[in-house]
Design a binder for this molecule. Structure first.
Ligand SMILES: [Zn+2]
Length: 296
C-alpha cells in the first residue's frame, strides 16, 4: 500500500516536471510574437538596409519586418516551390557601364571565374557590350540618358528612353534584354510621387523583369570611395537579417570612369562571398526578382 502510494507520488512529480518543461520551451516563441505584433512597421514590403535611405531605420523595425517576412514565407513555403530558401546565391551587378573600367572588371571576373550582370546606359564605350555578352555575363537595361528629370517626367518618357537603350544593346549584341534596373532603384526619391509605382507596373505588364538590390557597396556615394569603406558597407548590408530569409544577395556596384576603387575592391568582394559559400549567378527573366517596392 505504502509502496504504491510512493510510486504514484513519483508519477505526479514526473507529470509536474513535464508540464514545467513544456511551459519553459514554449515561452520564448510566445514573447517574440508579442514583440512582432507591437512593433510592426507600416509597409511590410519594405526591404530594410537594402535602400541607402533606410539605413537610419531602427533595429526594432528591421527585426519586425524580417519576422513578418519570415511568417509569410512559412505560410507560402508549401505553395511556392521556387523559393530559394537559404540557397547561397550571389548576384554581382554593375550599373552605369560600359565605361573605361569595364575591361578591368571583366578581367577580374574571368580570373575568379564568376559571372555578373551589367545594367547598361548609352556610352562612348558601347563596343564593350559585345565582349560582356561573349564572356557569359548578363546585360540588363538601365537607361539611355540616365537623367532623372527627363526619364521620370512621364511613363512615355521613361519607356521611350528604355526603348533607346534596348536598341543599342540589340545593335551591339543581338540580344533582346527584358531584364531592367531603374536608375536610382524602384525606391528612388527623385521621381514624382506615384510615378515609380506606375512605371514599375507598366514595365511588368510589358514583360520586363526589374531588379533592385539588397546589398549596397555604396560606391555611388562619391567618386573613388575608399576601398575599405566599400568593403565595410558591403559587410554591413550583408549582415541584414532579411538576406538570411532567402539566402540570395544582390550586390550593387558601379562601372564608370571614376569608380576605380570599386575595381580595386572587387577581388576582395568576390573572395568574401566565395569564403561564405556563395555561388555566383547572373540575373535573367527567370530569376525571382529582388525588389524594393514590387508593383501592385
Ligand atoms: Zn545608375
Amino acid at each position: 500500500m505504502l509502496k504504491s502510494l510512493f510510486v504514484s507520488i513519483k508519477n505526479v512529480n514526473l507529470i509536474l516536471f513535464c508540464i514545467l518543461l513544456l511551459t519553459f520551451l514554449t515561452l520564448p516563441s510566445y514573447s517574440s510574437q508579442v514583440e512582432n505584433n507591437s512593433s510592426e512597421p507600416g509597409n511590410e514590403n519594405s526591404i530594410p538596409v537594402s535602400n541607402a535611405n533606410n539605413t537610419s531605420n531602427k533595429n526594432s523595425n528591421k527585426t519586425a519586418t524580417v519576422s513578418k517576412k519570415s511568417q509569410e514565407s512559412k505560410k507560402t513555403s508549401k505553395s511556392n516551390s521556387k523559393a530559394y530558401d537559404k540557397e547561397k546565391i550571389c548576384y554581382l551587378t554593375f550599373d552605369d557601364g560600359p565605361s573605361e573600367r569595364t575591361l578591368e572588371i571583366l578581367k577580374i571576373l574571368k580570373e575568379y571565374e564568376v559571372k555578373a550582370t551589367f545594367f547598361v546606359i548609352a556610352s562612348k564605350k558601347n563596343e564593350y557590350l559585345k565582349q560582356i555578352a561573349n564572356e557569359g555575363h548578363a546585360i540588363g537595361l538601365h537607361s539611355y540618358l540616365h537623367d532623372y528629370k527627363k526619364i521620370y517626367k512621364s511613363e512615355k518618357a521613361f519607356f521611350d528612353d528604355l526603348d533607346k537603350i534596348s536598341d543599342v544593346v540589340k545593335k551591339e549584341t543581338g540580344l533582346n534584354s527584358k531584364v531592367i534596373r531603374f536608375p536610382g532603384g524602384t525606391s528612388n526619391q527623385k521621381a514624382p510621387k506615384g510615378m515609380m509605382k506606375k512605371i514599375a507596373k507598366s514595365a511588368t505588364d510589358k514583360g520586363y523583369v526589374y531588379f533592385d538590390w539588397n546589398c549596397d557597396t555604396k560606391d555611388s556615394w562619391g567618386n573613388n570611395v575608399k576601398k575599405k569603406d566599400i568593403i565595410k558597407s558591403l559587410k554591413e548590408t550583408y549582415k541584414n537579417p532579411y538576406l538570411k530569409q532567402d539566402g540570395r544577395v544582390c550586390v550593387l556596384m558601379h562601372d564608370s570612369l571614376y569608380k576605380k576603387t570599386t575595381v580595386k575592391a572587387l577581388p576582395d568582394i568576390i573572395k568574401f562571398f566565395k569564403k561564405e559559400g556563395y555561388t555566383f549567378e547572373i540575373l535573367t527573366e527567370e530569376t525571382t526578382p529582388i525588389q524594393h517596392s514590387p508593383a501592385k
